[in-house]
Design a protein around this ligand. Structure first.
Ligand SMILES: Nc1ncnc2c1ncn2[C@@H]1O[C@H](COP(=O)(O)OP(=O)(O)OP(=O)(O)O)[C@@H](O)[C@H]1O
Length: 274
């Protein structure tokens, strides 16, 4: 979104090999094509183990990471812990082991609010907009941490999602599912995040709307904002993914580039419907 972003589009597929059980070699630094350790990635949830409250561990040594210019997608069966992994990266559950790092800094102990201030944008799966507020008020709420003039950012968001401009004075609750997702997406962009996390951005929308949302996600990634997202529509999401993680029972089962995972016979058979 921001013209001053130093990271330019570099979404070409790099030569990387698929890994099973962990993805230590995943992650290529934009511009260099050099494969670097996941631990050096811009955003990394590294070897995360933990669960909700005093309950059992849901995540088991789970690692997800994303770099500028990339779209990283987490897929896997229902209940695999995909949303939990996102919540863990955003600081919504206490990790028993592992860490979260953003731009080289350990943020494991920061609250979600503090992570937003550091540059994380998170769009949760549910309740991600204020239905009784107008579209524009929702976007304004997104800018809550900003003290500068955010009208330029709002204009960029209206360029990205023209329908939101058209409906800016309408209550967000009156919008279609796909339009509401655009509001949630736009609201997260209002903070000018350094990284964006989306939990099932295409949940409940038609295939056409899903394609449109994916196009917008690609557009945002091209501005250099790394995007980490969970998707139910695994096949379609992996098609636009620079890298993908298949989670099973809270652990990394497969990881690789989107292309590699789509081509892997085991991944196809077990997770992509053949
Ligand atoms: N708030 C919570 N408190 C306790 N357990 C939870 C909570 N949220 C999720 N879980 C449990 O964590 C496990 C993983 O759930 P999670 O929602 O992360 O899976 P998922 O892969 O995102 O699933 P889906 O694809 O169905 O959305 C499940 O067993 C679920 O019951």
């Amino acid at each position: 979104m921001s013209g001053s972003n130093p990271y330019q589009d570099d979404r070409g597929n790099k030569d990387r090999t698929i890994t099973r059980e962990g993805g230590a070699e995943l992650g290529a630094h934009p511009g260099t094509g050099k494969v670097m350790a996941t631990s050096e990635a811009f955003l990394v949830g590294d070897s995360m183990t933990g669960g909700y409250g005093k309950g059992p561990d849901i995540l088991h040594d789970c690692t997800v990471a994303v770099n500028p210019g990339e779209i990283a997608v987490i897929v896997g069966p229902n209940g695999a812990g995909k949303s939990t992994a996102m919540k863990a990266v955003f600081g919504m559950l206490d990790l028993r082991q592992g860490s979260v790092r953003l731009d080289g800094e350990d943020i494991t102990d920061l609250s979600p609010q503090a992570r937003v201030v550091r540059g994380m944008g998170f769009v949760p799966q549910n309740s991600n907009i204020f239905t009784s507020l107008t579209v524009e008020e929702n976007l304004e709420m997104g800018a809550f941490i900003r003290t500068d003039d955010f009208s330029g950012t709002m204009a960029q968001i209206y360029d990205l999602f023209p329908i939101l401009k058209q409906k800016r004075n309408q209550a967000a609750g009156e919008l279609s599912g796909g339009q509401r997702q655009q509001v949630a997406f736009g609201r997260a962009l209002m903070t000018q995040p350094k990284v964006l996390m989306l939990d099932e951005p295409t949940a409940g929308v038609s295939p056409i709307v899903m394609d449109e949302l994916f196009d917008r996600i690609i557009e945002v990634a091209r501005t250099g904002i790394p995007i980490l997202m969970v998707e139910q529509n695994a096949r379609q999401a992996l098609e636009i993914a620079d890298k993908g993680y298949v989670l099973v029972q809270g652990a990394n089962a497969y990881s690789g580039t989107g292309k590699e995972l789509l081509a892997d016979p085991e991944v196809r058979k077990s997770f992509l419907g053949g």
